[in-house]
Design a protein. Structure first.
Length: 70
């Protein structure tokens, strides 16, 4: 992960995701065609947050989310 991806992301700028959204990836199926980039899977399970290296979209786990491992 890059330093930018590990930096704290303000809560109002982050897309909150829950356990049902894992694994998290960007760009989502609802993204407009003009803003599409290759699908990138982001690991939010270790630090609770991650940022897309292409577009900078920030993702954060919802407070209280329990992540189940394999």
């Amino acid at each position: 992960m890059t330093a930018a991806a590990q930096a704290a992301v303000p809560a109002h700028d982050a897309i909150e995701v829950g356990a049902e959204d894992l694994p998290v990836y960007c760009a989502g199926p609802k993204a407009p065609l003009w803003s599409m980039h290759p699908r990138v899977f982001l690991d939010v399970t270790h630090t609770g947050q991650a940022s897309c290296p292409y577009c900078g979209a920030a993702y954060r786990l919802k407070p209280g989310t329990v992540v189940h491992g394999h």
